[in-house]
Design a protein around this ligand. Sequence first.
Ligand code: EPZ
Length: 422
Amino acid sequence: MDKLLIAGGVPLSGEVAISGAKNAALPLLCAALLTREAVTFTNVPHLNDIGTMLKLLAQMGVKVAREAARVGAGDTVTLDASGLDNAVAPYEMVKTMRASILVLGPLVARTGEAKVSLPGGCAIGARPVDQHIKGLTAMGAEIAVEHGYVHARATRLKGARLFTDMVTVTGTENLMMAACLAEGETVIENAAREPEVVDLANCLVAMGARISGAGGDVIRIQGVDALHGATHRIMPDRIETGTYLCAAAATGGEIRLTGASATSLDAVIDKLMDTGCEIIAERDAIRLKAPRRLTAVSIRTAPYPAFPTDMQAQFMAINAVADGTAVMRETIFENRFMHAVELIRLGADIKIDGNTAFVKGVPKLDGATVMATDLRASASLVIAGLVAQGETLIERIYHLDRGYEGLEQKLAALGANIRRVK
Ligand code: EPZ
């Protein structure tokens, strides 16, 4: 199994391009199930999770055409679901990527039935999908959960007033997609406001859907009889952007990220400026210049536009070497501090109490062998490895390949001493 070997201590400098967003691309690819016409996506990140989703759609009878591009330039993917004939998402595929649940809404809305494996738990939490099921049931779907599968049936979904018990990103996306072909109006209250939800809504509107309010906590969808084809450029990945900004901040570097959008990263940029970083937002790029030593910053994760849980681990890595003590509260997932014990192996001073981590910055970290446990945890270990003295070996980096396109190439382009080893 591949590992990453990093010799730390090099301040990052230079320029790299940000890729398309994984968490926008996954629901967008599922949206193609809603029409018989071809949908083309550009700026598609070249990631393992995207590959898994394309395989899942292909085994349903969707024609998939993919033009790969160089790292950071974004693939072009065309999907044609006119031959959709197998509304099933098998366990073997869903277990590798829980976002597969995003086929449920579009399948039952388009074909009147769907059989989708329940995604199991994951390293960061139980992550049930009860709100997805509750919403579809309220829209008139008959749903049975048997033998680990969600079986959904509906002659035609009916518009309804939906309220989710908590803000759920993929829950909002699943229900919004389903509502596009329902009879009448659907209102989703307590909706997720993430930029990826807005990117999906924009594409659905380009396909002929009638949606208003995306980006706010109340979304209205007027159902239509059919959607048509479209071409959609996927938004830049704000979490990948935030990760590179943190890597530059932690190493005392100065970088420019092209194809990045600062508007979707306000809470993160705000906190990075509190650490003492200088940040310049250009129309289509972001510059960061780090201070000699960062100042520790406390954070509390919460749904957008608050501080994203997907950036918590990376901030733990920068707080590990900052001046002062940070209090970090994780309010979204019940088990998202797995990276803390690995950072402690590198010499960090971290105490965990329930959903709160107390991180006391230390002057230096020392390289060691560490293990990645989930996607963002592995990103925090990469950042710590770039700072640590000596060599850091990161095991189980398949987690990284799921969500970061060409990570070691991009970091090497910024001067990092990093390579993949067997
Ligand atoms: C999305 O996951 C992202 N994944 C996650 O990114 C991200 O961490 C998360 O949103 C929060 O921002 C994708 O977009 C593919 P939720 P999602 O439903 O939609 C509970 C990454 O690193 N909940 O918003 O699955 C749930 O357990 C990944 O790229 C229910 O209880 O997250 C959690 O505590 C990791 N029942 C909370 O709500 C439900 O039916 C928020 O989860 C749905 C959710």
